[in-house]
Design a protein around this ligand. Sequence first.
Ligand SMILES: C[S@@+](CC[C@H](N)C(=O)[O-])C[C@H]1O[C@@H](n2cnc3c(N)ncnc32)[C@H](O)[C@@H]1O
Length: 244
Amino acid sequence: MTTAQMPPASVSLYEKTTCSPMMGGTLHPGGSELTRRAVELGSLGPGDHVLDLGCGTGRTVRYLRGLGYPAFGLDFSRTLLQPELANSRTFPGIQGDALHLPIQTSSLEAVICECSLSVFQDLSGVLIEIHRVLQQTGVLILTDLYARVPDQLSEIRRLVPNSCLANAFAQKELWDILQRSGFSLAVWEDHAEALSAFCAGADLNTLINPENLSLDPFDLVLAVSRAKISYFLCVAQKKKRNGK
Ligand SMILES: C[S@@+](CC[C@H](N)C(=O)[O-])C[C@H]1O[C@@H](n2cnc3c(N)ncnc32)[C@H](O)[C@@H]1O
């Protein structure tokens, strides 16, 4: 594999992570139960086309298809997608980069990113792409890590750089960037309970890169509790052309 083809760190970390059976084989807190809530809040209608962006092993795609939605997934990692693709030739998974979606403009009713938006290296670039592929009334459904006390994020970033935790959002920053990218916020819910359950059952390498394992865990626990790291579910609506 040449350097140009190597997956970025934001991808290879998840290739090394075992999906927790507790989470139904997904790599995000809340598992399929939180996906069910996301579908409810996103007010998806029958037949709506949904892209799971950063779909990992594709479990949410399967879940959504089981509910009757013509869902499909895209992930950078061939390694994560491969088992599903091998299982079923008809599994609708695309290996690709979220920054260059091989999808027609204004063709989708919804895009869902479960714990993947924070991982994308060029967040603004990916939001432009999501905005492009969504129909005028389309919705972006997000679940991800955030800090309820964002001033404290800098300490986490110092202790565990290049980790999932270091990418946690500050709510206001995320709102601002969504606004600037042409979305308005429709719903925001806190799901701290999903993160607690995930931490109890997950391979913690997901949250803190193995390269950081030499740190004093008490320092990290303290920093995480000071920042009040939690998990959110939000639905953002593509703004109409007049900006509303
Ligand atoms: C925390 S995992 C979440 C996976 C999945 N959404 C789930 O809940 O199980 C983040 C995913 O984002 C993918 N990813 C990271 N950067 C990407 C990119 N530029 N384009 C597409 N996928 C990317 C990773 O390969 C990984 O599967």
